[in-house]
Design a protein around this ligand. Structure first.
Ligand code: CMP
Length: 144
């Protein structure tokens, strides 16, 4: 089905000027950018986005990292967007990610792993609405 997923180019990749290469790769993989912006999250905003991970050992490190410098957030659309995007970014740990995946190419560690993607379609809807107002995202079910 035609789906959307939330993509984040994380601080490490933005700092290294890899954002353009990552966006070009995603377009080449058939994703349409439906919404895009560059934002510098506060700690509170990063905590809110990753609320489900609160209490995990890496939570404070994750929040500090995601709020240390700007990120680029995108709503992406294509057939089976959630699963296809996860394939293109690769495993969470860049050391375990397949050759050619975005995390393998641009990630440094399990924390600083260049990109985030929604884990399922219900999560994608919530994550997209965390960053984008309705008027910022073009209407669903169209690759235009
Ligand atoms: P992401 O897809 O953004 O969702 C949660 C993030 O937590 C994940 O990517 C990882 O970057 C991060 N994460 C998972 N495990 C660890 C860890 N052991 N140490 C630091 N960060 C982690």
């Amino acid at each position: 089905a035609l789906e959307r997923t939330l993509s984040i180019i994380k601080p490490d990749a933005v700092e290294k000027n890899h954002a353009g290469a990552i966006i070009a790769r995603l377009e080449a993989e058939g994703f349409t950018v439906k919404a895009l912006k560059r934002v510098h999250l506060s700690r509170k905003e990063a905590e809110g986005f990753y609320e489900e991970h609160r209490g995990r050992g890496f939570f404070d490190e994750l929040v500090a990292f995601m709020s240390r410098s700007p990120i680029i957030v995108m709503a992406l659309e294509r057939e089976d967007a959630v699963a296809r995007y996860r394939e293109v970014i690769g495993a969470t740990d860049p050391a375990k990610a397949a050759e050619g995946t975005i995390r393998k190419l641009y990630g440094a560690s399990v924390g600083e792993n260049a990109a985030h993607g929604s884990d399922k379609t219900s999560t994608a809807a919530r994550e997209i609405s965390y960053f984008f107002a309705g008027y910022e995202v073009s209407p669903t079910a169209s690759s235009a």
